[in-house]
Design a protein around this ligand. Structure first.
Ligand SMILES: [Zn+2]
Length: 255
């Protein structure tokens, strides 16, 4: 919360978050990134008023769970649907590197979900600090903490709790969202990804993290511009790829 209200200007440098994530309209941040406009100086960001829908879609769940980052008795089905409604913060710190503006985040996982919390946190941090990620686009560096006061909460939750945390958006038990300071990743998608990713669950997880954090950084949606080229990370790839290829990284674009 604090980041949005107090330090958003510093974090984003010249990229102002004014009305992030309005469907059908390029966000100002996206325009600035594309060099299409000059940001309005010193305008207060209004991040919280415009939650990010990832529209409701109904997906068939792939048969095999991801082989990694799960924790369940041998042969048992991992739990991603039975909701305890309680979140646990993953303990520990992953320091930001460099001198850029620091964005702090915390990873929270719903109790009872069959994932290894430390491995989930490690995967998220690896994605956020990847050379192909947002740190190459924005003057920001990501630091994971377990403190109460953070800029962003990244939550892995059952479909039931995801739907609650995403309100007033409709995530339909299937998709993920970003609302205010919450990035809510649907545990079902974290575990099983989507068929279009052809079993590359790790890549889909990176997509999920980068897409929803991209909203928090002010980016709206984009679409597949040319078949067989990498899908934009801000495309709603969970709904389908529109002929594009799976892609998790904001720096990888169609040429
Ligand atoms: Zn989205």
């Amino acid at each position: 919360m604090q980041w949005f209200s107090v330090t958003a200007l510093a974090v984003l440098g010249t990229v102002m978050v004014v009305h992030p994530d309005v469907t059908g309209r390029r966000s100002l941040a996206a325009e600035v990134v594309a060099g299409a406009s000059t940001p309005v100086a010193q305008q207060a960001p209004e991040v919280k008023s415009t939650p990010t829908p990832t529209p409701s879609v109904h997906l068939t769940t792939p048969l095999r769970p991801a082989p990694t980052l799960t924790r369940q008795p041998k042969g048992a089905k991992p739990n991603v649907t039975a909701s305890s409604g309680k979140l646990s913060v993953v303990p520990g710190v992953d320091k930001a590197t460099g001198v850029r503006d620091k964005l702090t985040y915390r990873v929270e996982i719903e109790q009872g979900v069959s994932v290894n919390p430390a491995a989930v946190a490690a995967a998220i941090h690896k994605t956020l600090t990847d050379a192909r990620g947002w740190q190459a686009v924005h003057p920001v560096s990501f630091e994971r903490t377990d403190k109460a006061d953070v800029d962003l909460r990244i939550i892995v939750a059952t479909p039931t709790l995801t739907d609650k945390l995403c309100l007033p958006l409709d995530t339909g038990g299937e998709v993920s969202c970003r609302v205010e300071d919450r990035v809510v990743l649907n545990a079902k998608r974290w575990m099983y990804a989507v068929p279009a990713y052809g079993g590359d669950v790790a890549l889909y997880r990176s997509y999920l993290v980068n897409h929803e954090v991209g909203h928090a950084l002010g980016h709206g949606h984009s679409t597949c511009a040319k078949a067989k080229t990498p899908a934009p990370v801000m495309m709603q790839q969970t709904k389908g790829l529109g002929g594009c290829r799976p892609n998790a990284w904001p720096t990888i674009k169609a040429t």
